[in-house]
Design a binder for this molecule. Structure first.
Ligand code: BGP
Length: 483
């Protein structure tokens, strides 16, 4: 048997990923407007975050200061450069550019801030990968229009895209239209995607009263907005590469009962492929149309929508991958104690302290599964282990568990490359500690760089490299040879 050479391609984009509302802070500075994330309180693993239409005195809102990248971006980018980053995934806060979302003119101060950030990245030859909308939208749009449920929001978004595409056309090449767009297929994802106001008790959890009709209508508007942005982006700069971003839910059948196996495939279709079929292939798949019919979901489409979708197909496919879960057609399985928040327990896997099951092999499966369907370049733009870290007396942070997690996932990515998957890059999530999107905590850390701040918002905000920082630097230096 011939020896197989396992290597990442030349020019592989190694880096890290963040989002504005989870790390910028400066929520009222530089003329920034209030965004949906700014009205979300902190929480913990067991207490859900809340959404407060009026800011409550004395309540902790993690996005307000976050980790203060707004003032410390030079220091942070220098640290990324020290690790050897080739790419840095970040998002633009829409409310820095259009504070209310429907303003006539963009804010020059907001535009200037990202100019400075991109210039700083360029200094170190770090390529920005920009998410245009990452789990936030101007709060005003939710108040006035009920967010994405209103078609008019498409035009506001496209105007925002036009503004940033024109302004940064020589500084940014890689764009993602919406973070984890498929969250809108799930009840809990609605508010986080800046879609619509929750009709519940303000708790950010499955308790939010679900309204699938509204959710899928909002999703359709995001598809139209995304497709229009892709077309426009290519007109503004033909070298732009514009991608979709999917929260990949890898679901295995709990048993080989065909009912379970079919359910797993159906979940894959509805939770993962519905959105990417629209964004990559430019049309709703048959199973989506059937699902809408069977669930009395009537999506209002305008004439020309089908053409807009067809003409706005993305250039590459990106996704987040943290875990896998099991599914079973047997409703009793949930009661046997195998129920995690996201699905059923897999007896072969260990889980993080936040019950996210760790499954490196699942990443290889997922990469192959996606590539088999689309055959366009893929990128893993989020992956990592959320864990509580301990700072030793000498200041060191020995996060061997994180190194282990990342190493095993990188190994499987390398295998997938040998399988033939066209993989462009890898940006582990929260390369610097930041606020958790799900729980609003600081304690759930993903970073290779530690930030001194606790769940109540106290701390010096000082940065320090963890053990994983030095390890990842070596990985990048050797293009993934030295793991
Ligand atoms: C993804 C989001 C990120 C991020 C990550 C980790 O779904 O795109 O914004 O935060 O998950 O989740 P959490 O912060 O809840 O641990």
């Amino acid at each position: 048997m011939e020896n197989i050479i396992k290597k990442f391609p030349e020019g592989f984009l190694w880096g890290g990923a963040t989002a504005a509302n989870q790390f910028e802070g400066g929520y009222k500075e530089g003329g920034k407007g209030l965004s949906t994330s700014d009205v979300m309180t902190g929480g913990t693993h067991t207490t859900p975050r809340r959404i407060t239409p009026v800011l409550e005195e004395g309540t902790y809102y993690p996005s307000h200061e976050a980790i203060d990248f707004y003032h410390r971006y030079k220091e942070d980018i220098k640290l990324f450069a020290d690790m050897g980053f080739k790419v840095f995934r970040m998002s633009i806060a829409w409310t820095r550019i259009f504070p209310n979302g429907d303003d006539a003119q963009p804010s020059e101060e907001g535009l200037k801030f990202y100019d400075d950030v991109f210039t700083e990245l360029k200094k170190y030859n770090i390529e920005p990968l920009v998410t245009i909308s990452h789990y936030e939208a101007p709060y005003n749009l939710t108040q006035k229009y009920n967010g994405w449920s209103d078609r008019r929001v498409v035009d506001f978004y496209v105007k925002y895209c036009e503004t940033i595409f024109n302004r940064y056309k020589d500084k940014v090449k890689y764009w993602l239209t919406f973070n984890e767009i498929n969250c809108l297929t799930m009840p809990f994802g609605t508010f986080m995607a800046g879609a619509i106001m929750p009709e519940g008790n303000g708790e950010l959890s499955a308790n939010i009263k679900d309204n699938p009709q509204l959710r899928y209508q909002a999703l359709h508007h995001q598809f139209i907005a995304s497709a229009k942005a892709v077309k426009l982006g290519h007109q503004i700069n033909k070298d732009f590469k514009i991608g979709c971003m999917i929260a990949y839910m890898t679901s295995y059948a709990l048993t080989c009962n065909p009912e379970d196996v079919f359910l797993a495939q159906q979940k894959d279709n509805l939770s993962n492929f519905l959105c990417s079929d629209v964004q990559v292939r430019g049309a709703y798949p048959g199973f989506a149309k059937r699902y809408f019919k069977e669930n009395n979901i009537n999506i209002a489409m305008e004439e020309g929508d089908e053409q807009i979708l067809r003409e706005g197909c993305v250039d590459f496919y990106t996704f987040s991958y943290y875990m896998s879960v099991c599914v079973s057609a047997d409703p009793n399985q949930e009661k046997i104690g195998g129920n995690l928040s996201m699905g059923l327990k897999n007896p072969y896997l260990k889980a993080s302290a936040w019950e996210w099951q760790i499954d490196p092999k699942g990443l290889r499966w997922t990469l192959n599964n996606i590539y088999n369907r689309y055959q366009i370049p893929l990128m893993v733009v989020e992956n990592g282990l959320g864990a509580a870290d301990t700072v030793e007396a000498d200041g060191s942070i020995n996060d061997d568990y994180r190194i282990e997690y990342l190493r095993e996932h990188i190994k499987e990515m390398k295998e997938a490359v040998v399988d033939g998957v066209d993989l462009m890059g890898y940006t582990p999530w929260g390369c610097i500690d930041l606020v958790s999107a799900g729980t609003g905590e600081m304690k759930k850390r993903y970073g290779l760089i530690y930030v001194d701040k606790d769940n109540d918002g106290k701390g010096t905000l000082d940065r320090s490299p963890k053990k994983s920082f030095y390890w990842y630097k070596k990985v990048i230096d050797t293009n993934g040879e030295n793991l």
